[in-house]
Design a protein around this ligand. Structure first.
Ligand code: ADP
Length: 258
């Protein structure tokens, strides 16, 4: 609580009372705390790959470069870490852009099935590399209103996660269901699943169930936070069902009309 006190003075200058103005600043405090936590997280996340790039270049400059095998190995790591850095910065910029609610959606009619196809094209290589089976929706046409690149990003992030957290030989399935006023997009995998206790925090920025695994798969910890914002910007909602060792299903429900 933030209190401002002022004397209330009568016509002849005598003190009549005190005016107290009370502001509830718990919301402001909370926002400030969230902001500073975010900055601390961002700094930490940026530091990790930079430290690694710095360390490996120094080792190379100190002479490891002479060893051809070490050179290839270290350059590989440097490349991977700068890639992470690139993705991280892109995700942070993306998140801060969509958090500015003042930017209106650029709405157009779109066929969700077609957007799913485009996502499938983007991930085809990864799917083949991990020997996964990607099952696409049977529906060929479901129309709705929305911002196409945002809807595509939602589906891409969910499918990328499904691929990242499903062991080789598994299955990732995208299904579409049309309801009277809405469209349901489900991305289901036969992956490692998520423990019940982690489900409520999944959509927080930088929250990861397993930091090491997320890093190894190139995760930034921002994918689902971005998804949640994009879904909310379309007045939709997202649900998750998961069982450890069995798999996970994310369902996004979007209104057909904005
Ligand atoms: P990341 O970049 O780490 O994948 P996300 O925000 O996309 O970050 O996801 C947050 C965390 O949720 C992940 O680190 C992972 O632990 C968990 N997660 C997300 N999708 C899945 C999934 N399909 N299967 C299992 N765990 C998942």
């Amino acid at each position: 609580l933030d209190a401002h006190l002022a004397p209330y003075v009568g016509e002849n200058g005598e003190l009549m009372g005190i005016v107290a103005v009370l502001h509830d600043i718990t919301d402001i405090r909370r926002l400030e705390k969230m902001r500073s936590e975010f900055i601390a997280n961002v700094s930490h996340e940026l530091k990790t790959p930079i430290t690694s790039v710095k360390g490996f270049t120094e080792t190379l400059l100190d002479g490891a470069m002479e060893d051809k095998e070490a050179l290839t190995h270290f350059l590989g790591i440097i490349h991977k870490e700068s890639d992470r850095l690139h993705r991280l910065i892109n995700d942070i910029l993306h998140l801060s852009k969509i958090e500015q609610h003042s930017i209106p959606l650029d709405i157009e009619p779109l066929n969700v099935a077609e957007v799913v196809d485009r996502v499938a094209d983007t991930v085809r290589k990864e799917v083949a590399k991990k020997e996964l089976e990607l099952i696409l929706p049977e529906n060929r046409e479901i129309w709705m209103e929305g911002q196409k690149d945002r809807i595509q990003q939602i589906i891409l992030n969910l499918v990328s996660n499904a691929i990242a957290y499903t062991p080789a030989g598994g299955e990732v399935a995208v299904t579409l269901a049309e309801r009277e006023d809405s469209v349901a997009i489900t991305v289901k995998d036969t992956g490692i699943g998520i423990a019940k206790k982690d489900l409520p925090r999944l959509f927080e920025r930088f929250y990861r169930v397993d930091k090491g695994r997320s890093r190894n798969s190139g995760g930034t910890g921002l994918g689902l936070a971005i998804v949640k914002h994009l879904v909310e910007s379309h007045h939709g909602k997202i649900e998750v069902e998961s069982e450890e060792g069995i798999g996970t299903a994310f369902t996004v429900i979007l209104p057909k009309k904005q």
